[in-house]
Design a protein around this ligand. Structure first.
Ligand SMILES: NC(=O)c1ccc[n+]([C@@H]2O[C@H](COP(=O)([O-])OP(=O)(O)OC[C@H]3O[C@@H](n4cnc5c(N)ncnc54)[C@H](O)[C@@H]3O)[C@@H](O)[C@H]2O)c1
Length: 388
């Protein structure tokens, strides 16, 4: 329906344009997206900064910071609404669904864009993710409706790879119980040391070796570990040499060898719930898992059960489903976890990069230009290959 709407709108524009420019219409999808310089209604959904808003002038990723693009957008006559109120029928976002043209949201505080919302968003043309990972959007519904979905590819990959390295060390060294002792006034070396190890010599595998996975492997190299990776695609031999990582075509075989597993794939139909009871059972007893990719790649209860039985020796990550994680989310209370809210990709450095990337794409959109090709997740009715 929205696709028909987009086509009808594009046709209308092309008819209007024919009096001055006979060549202005070709594709109903991209021409509709990029041809208009009218005033647009743009809605941004971000997390609220509250008392932290004024503490850093570069804190642009919040509602208050609004990606630092308000003056720029308003000076061009666009209407920019920003909120953190995203869920449920009475939310602020819901009030704008029927007439917004562009929705910007972040994976840290995702606006869930369901097929039903897409159906009601009659003016919607463009969905931008300020960051990486657009699984909060029903991508098939967006494609069917002729919408464009794009993210700021590469914007926070260093931020996430660094954070993963930290989480690996936190788990291997059994850091969290030591920290808890420090704040609780305790001193019990044995309570930490009985399961604290060196990273050197351990086998570490990444499931997914795209931008983040490769950066992690590069950072792990000096620790003298055995590095493995599984991916849909084998990496360049030169990079394989440089990281010293070995390709494992068979995921289950790789998992059986690893002391530490790091997950670095997107959340897709293929990876959703991939780490279920059966797959976890094939991992080494006591395996440590780091997951900054997406919470829903794991079967929530299977992780709780395996942490409770000790089959998983430690689990750390910043991604949950849903987000924000409810107060009673079982991962908050399972043993041997080192979870945080979704923070790894929203360092101040990352915020500045993804804010600049969003601004560039909006500028392209207003000018009728294409985005950098790697940023497209849905374009002209097609999903990016790894989401198909
Ligand atoms: N926690 C955060 O703040 C944060 C920030 C950025 C990205 N992320 C998550 O990390 C993911 C990866 O980011 P990236 O920049 O490295 O993406 P990328 O596209 O560069 O790499 C993803 C890799 O996963 C592989 N892959 C996809 N499906 C697979 C499958 N079924 N089996 C095996 N391999 C598969 C791809 O071939 C690719 O090499 C994002 O999609 C996002 O979900 C999280």
């Amino acid at each position: 329906m929205a696709m028909r709407r987009a086509i009808a709108c594009a046709l209308k524009k092309s008819v209007t344009a024919t009096s001055t420019n006979l060549t202005s219409f070709s594709s109903p999808f991209s021409r509709n997206l990029h041809s208009s310089s009218d005033s647009k209604k743009i809605v941004g959904v971000f997390y609220k900064a509250n008392e932290y808003a004024s503490m850093n002038p570069n804190f642009v990723g919040s509602v208050e910071g609004s990606l630092g693009i308000r003056d720029w957008l308003e000076s061009q006559g666009h209407h920019y609404i920003v909120t953190d109120d995203k869920d449920g029928p009475d939310s602020e976002l819901e009030k704008h669904i029927s007439d917004l043209h562009v929705l910007i949201t972040t994976p840290f505080h995702p606006a869930y864009v369901t097929a039903e919302r897409i159906k009601r968003a009659k003016n919607l043309e463009l969905l931008l993710t300020a960051g990486i990972g657009s699984d909060h959007i029903d991508l098939k519904a967006a494609a069917a409706a002729g919408l464009t979905v794009a993210e700021v590819t590469g914007s926070n990959v260093v931020s996430v790879a660094e954070d993963e390295l930290m989480r690996i060390l936190i788990l291997v060294r059994n850091f969290v119980p030591g920290y808890q002792q420090a704040i609780n006034g305790e001193w019990n070396v044995a309570g930490i040391a009985y399961r604290a190890y060196d990273l050197e010599g351990k086998t570490i595998g990444t499931v997914g070796a795209g931008r983040i996975g490769k950066l992690l492997l590069q950072r792990l190299k000096p620790f003298n570990c055995n590095l493995l990776y599984h991916d849909r695609i084998q990496m360049d031999p030169e990079l394989e040499n440089q990281t010293g990582a070995k390709y494992e075509e068979d995921l289950v075989k790789m998992l059986g060898k690893c002391d530490v597993v790091v997950i670095n794939t997107p959340l897709t139909e293929k990876t959703k719930g991939m780490f279920n009871k059966e797959l976890i059972a094939k991992m080494k007893k006591g395996v440590l898992i780091v997951n900054n990719a997406r919470g829903a790649i794991m079967d929530t209860q299977a992780v709780v059960d395996a942490c409770s039985s000790g089959h998983i020796g430690g689990y750390s990550g910043d991604v949950w489903y849903p987000q924000p994680a409810p107060k009673d989310h079982p991962w908050r209370h399972m043993p041997n976890h080192a979870m945080t809210p979704h923070i790894s990709g929203t360092t101040i450095d990352a915020q500045l990069r993804y804010a600049a990337g969003v601004k560039d794409m909006l500028d392209n959109y207003f000018k009728g230009e294409d985005f950098p090709p790697q940023n497209y997740i849905v374009k002209e009715g097609e999903l990016a290959p790894q989401y198909r």
